[in-house]
Design a protein around this ligand. Structure first.
Ligand SMILES: Cc1ncc(COP(=O)(O)O)c(C=O)c1O
Length: 359
């Protein structure tokens, strides 16, 4: 044991992504549109006016205003703060609510894998409320756990990754209103694919904070840009745990250029929604496949006991999916990102071939 670091880190491991690297990367819910190729001229022109030898850049104010305008719903620049991906926002929110070693967060499960990772990184406990068989949430069970005095954060991923479903808005509203003394975080990373947001209700709910990402709808997974939206007071307090110059001016300049091209990315999102719905219909028509409805850019599905075999079969065909079967509610389930028509076709054909090869 290395005694130079926090004792609770002794049995933890560094955060790693364990997915197969294949030609068709359908495992990390990325986009197949490379935003650099799409908007490079505008980005490079903007960079001409930016001084990388300086800490302070006018791009920061411009981005703040543009991001608030993109969110809409009366959101002002004091209501947003950004960082290096939604993950970075989650990490800092966790850091900002942790009171002491007894503090914990609550999340439904299965949900986004890294809530646990980042909670552990900052020394915040995490407790889970298992989703029902149909992936719905029992609000009373959730509230029972979240009402505990040591619970400092109630997390809700909406739409939920990796199940893909949206929780009913009234239910989430009920949870937010039942926990007036807790920060409630709604993770809206897949917002643009679902068109469901609580951004318009932030004024009514001072305990609510939203996180969003440029990695999905804005095709910028490698860019690392995400943001949080909340009351000016909550954002002010969250900023206390951020470092002063936490996000590169390069990221900011690129994110600003993305926001000047919203229609291009919206068109991409609409295309992905269509691909997702088409694939949902096609997979549903295969009697061996159980596929779950999704309000995201991915579909989660199962073919029962033979799912692990299918996972390897797809890998051998250069197709990487995410095995999300670790939680018992998703036993034998795979998650496929559906951003690219060619990849989708290859995956569908491989599944059909695999099923035709039934033992
Ligand atoms: C629910 C959820 N939250 C947060 C993230 C992290 O997004 P980012 O790439 O912006 O850090 C992801 C990424 O897959 C996600 O699925």
């Amino acid at each position: 044991m290395n005694r130079l670091f926090r004792t609770d880190l002794a049995d933890k491991e560094p955060s790693v992504v364990s997915v197969p690297i294949r030609k068709r990367m359908m495992c990390l819910n990325e986009s197949c549109l490379d935003p650099f190729q799409a908007i490079r001229d505008q980005f490079l022109a903007r960079m001409e006016g930016i001084r990388l030898n300086r800490y302070i850049s006018p791009v920061t104010q411009e981005l703040n205003a543009k991001l608030a305008a993109y969110v809409g719903c009366g959101i002002a620049k004091e209501n947003v703060v950004w960082g290096n991906g939604a993950d970075d926002m989650l990490y800092h929110i966790f850091l900002s609510v942790r009171e002491d070693a007894t503090s914990f967060a609550v999340s439904p499960a299965p949900s986004y894998f890294d809530y646990k990772t980042f909670c552990e990184a900052v020394g915040l406990g995490i407790k889970f409320v298992e989703l029902e068989k149909d992936f719905s949430l029992d609000a009373e069970k959730y509230l029972q756990l979240a009402s505990h005095p040591d619970c400092k954060l109630a997390i809700l991923c909406n739409p939920n990754n990796p199940t893909g479903n949206l929780f009913p808005k009234e239910q989430l509203r009920y949870i937010v209103e039942s926990l007036p003394d807790k920060l409630v975080l709604i993770d809206e990373t897949y917002y643009e694919f679902s068109d469901s947001t609580f951004a318009g209700e932030l004024k009514q709910h001072p305990n609510l904070i939203l996180t969003r990402s440029f990695s999905k709808a804005f095709s910028g997974a490698g860019l690392r840009f995400g943001y949080a939206i909340s009351s000016a007071d909550n954002i002010y307090n969250l900023r206390k745990v951020l470092t002063t110059f936490h996000t590169s001016v390069l990221n900011q300049a690129f994110a600003l250029t993305v926001l000047e091209n919203v229609p291009l990315f919206c068109e991409q999102v609409l295309g992905v929604i269509k691909l997702r719905d088409d694939m949902f219909a096609r997979l549903s028509s295969l009697p061996e496949v159980k596929v779950y409805p999704s309000a995201t850019n991915f579909l989660t599905f199962s073919i029962g006991d033979r799912t692990p075999e299918l996972f390897n079969y797809l890998k051998d065909r250069d197709i990487a999916l995410r095995d999300v079967g670790a939680h018992r509610r998703l036993q034998h389930c795979l998650r496929a990102t559906l951003s690219c028509e060619e990849d989708n076709e290859a995956m569908y054909q491989a599944i059909v071939d695999f099923l035709a090869d039934a033992p």
